[in-house]
Design a binder for this molecule. Structure first.
Ligand code: NI
Length: 256
């Protein structure tokens, strides 16, 4: 159930039976020579929509832009500043809370978004706390990246091992192949050069500026051998992640 395709009375009726919504968030940024610019938001969107359709849960319009400043050395990348993303996500959370949603599940597709999105959630709660509210807010937020979903995570490690890498991963490229089969580009590139310092920077997309990133990772990928991606793997990853999401979302909605 896509929020943008529902009427307001239909949303009101939904809220009488269910408290929750899934908000996919990703990025619009280079994904190496073979990956689509929209990979990060297309992955979160495909998984969220698969889950939403199967379980009758509302899915918000995808937040297609993220914090991607370190990819600006590559054409097609669009970034929000961290402060812009914090403000945007905060306003979306506050709007959904104001209109009756009480379980807001943010499904993330880009590591660089994690810190700003966590900050946005805390901005929302900070406003309530600073106002001196004595009654606990009924609004709960949860942030999870799709690759943390346990079954999907196990499959990507089994399929690709170390060649999964950290950016333009074969698993994320596979998901876009399955979700957008009309936009599969031919793979012509070998595995990217292995950076010598790969243990230092990649965790949590903790990169420096765009010029630094491009000098370190000239073809845009970070270890990831994206040419290993297949449509079949992508379909399995979407299905497993959507099933994992269903379990996690049910627990989240049931928790007090
Ligand atoms: Ni990505």
């Amino acid at each position: 159930m896509r929020l943008e395709l529902m009427t307001s009375p239909a949303v009101e009726a939904y809220l009488r039976t269910k408290p929750g919504i899934v908000i996919p968030v990703g990025a619009t940024e280079q994904h190496g020579p073979d990956g689509l610019i929209g990979t990060d938001h297309l992955c979160a969107e495909a998984i969220a929509r698969r889950f939403g359709e199967a379980h009758g849960v509302v899915v918000a319009p995808t937040i297609a832009y993220g914090m991607s400043q370190f990819h600006l050395g590559f054409a097609g990348t669009i970034t929000l500043r961290p402060s812009t993303l914090i403000a945007m996500v905060h306003d979306i959370i506050a709007s959904l809370a104001a209109t009756g949603f009480t379980r807001l599940y943010i499904l993330n597709g880009h590591g660089g978004n994690l810190a700003p999105v966590r900050s946005a959630v805390q901005e929302f709660y900070a406003a309530l706390s600073l106002a001196g509210g004595k009654v606990p807010s009924p609004v709960h937020c949860r942030l999870k990246s799709w690759w943390e979903m346990p079954s999907a995570d196990a499959l990507r490690k089994t399929l690709y091992g170390e060649q999964e890498g950290y950016h333009a991963t074969p698993s994320e490229v596979a998901i876009t192949m399955a979700s957008h089969p009309d936009h599969i580009t031919p793979f012509e590139r070998p595995a990217p050069r292995q950076p010598s310092h790969d243990g230092l920077l990649h965790a949590g997309d903790n990169y420096y500026d765009a010029a630094d990133y491009k000098a370190r990772y000239p073809d845009g990928r970070v270890i990831s051998h994206s040419a290993l991606a297949t449509c079949e793997a992508g379909e399995k990853l979407i299905g497993l992640a959507a099933d994992d999401l269903a379990r996690d979302f049910a627990m989240f909605c049931a928790a007090t």
